[in-house]
Design a binder for this molecule. Sequence first.
Ligand code: SF4
Length: 97
Amino acid sequence: MSIEKMTTTELLSLNKFNVDEEEAHIILDKNICAKCDDKPCLYVCPALLYKLDKDGNISFDYAGCLECGTCRLVCKAKGITKWVYPRGTFGVSFRYG
Ligand code: SF4
């Protein structure tokens, strides 16, 4: 299939991830997130890693992160208490650019 005809989900599935299971590169304080009315992270993450659970709380898993940094920029409530790039050899390897 040509790349022009692929969906966003299909394109994302081409990426390879070496997830650092011992050290999260993004950490949230969910007590702060619970008080954030806007929760912009739900709408900006290109990998759709931020979700609401059945109780309305933020659910997040750093596996699959594209390391774009957008969530860090829009989190005005400072619920993201740690955002660094993954340690060497870990993280995303982009395919097709
Ligand atoms: S850095 Fe980008 S891809 Fe990773 S969680 Fe934040 S918004 Fe999503």
